[in-house]
Ligand binder design. Sequence first.
Ligand code: AMP
Length: 318
Amino acid sequence: MNSFAEIIATIKKYDKIIILRHQNPDPDALGSQAGLATTIRQTFPNKKVLIGGNNTEGLKWLSTVQEVTDEDYKDALVIVTDTANQPRIDDQRFDDGAFLIKIDHHPNDDAYGDQLFVNIDASSCSEIIADLIDSSDELQLTKEVAYYLYAGIVGDTGRFLYPATTEHTMCVAGKFIALGVDTAAINNKMNEVTLKQAKLQGFIYDILQIDESGAALAVIDLDLMKKLGLTQEQANSVVSTPGRLMEVRSWMEAVQKDDGTFRMHIRSQGPVINEMAKEHDGGGHPLASGATAKDLDEVKQMFEELKDIVNQYNQKGE
Ligand code: AMP
């Protein structure tokens, strides 16, 4: 683990900096990436700072990427935010630079990078970027930087609802508000769904299988997406919906990809689910993880495993 001071010293050394984050980015991935890029650009205008990866259609309002060439990677400092493991970095040329830094808030199972800073108690990677800026006399926290970081925190805390939201999270968000960030506009944007997504949110309750333990599963296969006229990205975005049900404690949403495999989103309000995710080519936080199931049988098997986890948790009377 490195200190913020060591990371900032490295940032100061490089003229060219490429900032990456994980594939299928969420607001925290984009917010931490764009927030860090913007503070570096605004503090050190002579540095070339590039934002890499692929664009996500539904989050273009928050941040978009730039073209990063092989030449750009030469002699560059590469910083990866919000990404636990190397295969998930959105741009597999991440190691082609001169130096690599990891900044993250997931369990540090894959401690990659020449320098790294990981704080699993942070609500979001955006909160860590705010702390990095706060630790420095030079890096500036402008309204624009705060805009990106606020969106990241709101995204990963489910608008300050999830248990990872701490007093410190609120203090950091308070600083952003003091800078004049239009928090209501961000909240509205993040709350927005298309009519099709809203219909899916209702429909998901119809297709949700709820076990008596409190484990639940929703399968959204290619046929269903076609019928509802939804993209996979839109289907992925309704993952938090079952969590509102009193009957549900931990749940999985299985979204089928074009190759027939399923992207598994696993969420929980108590039972720890990331070890199970790791067994299925995934990982993440104790209460929010992702994984892959090669077919419907593996989806069903994961549901059985989830039931066991929730039953064990219930038996402990927690
Ligand atoms: P998702 O369900 O895609 O929103 O992911 C929930 C959390 O798990 C996020 O923090 C992701 O970064 C993490 N995650 C998702 N998929 C994986 C994976 N294959 N490996 C490691 N972490 C993952």
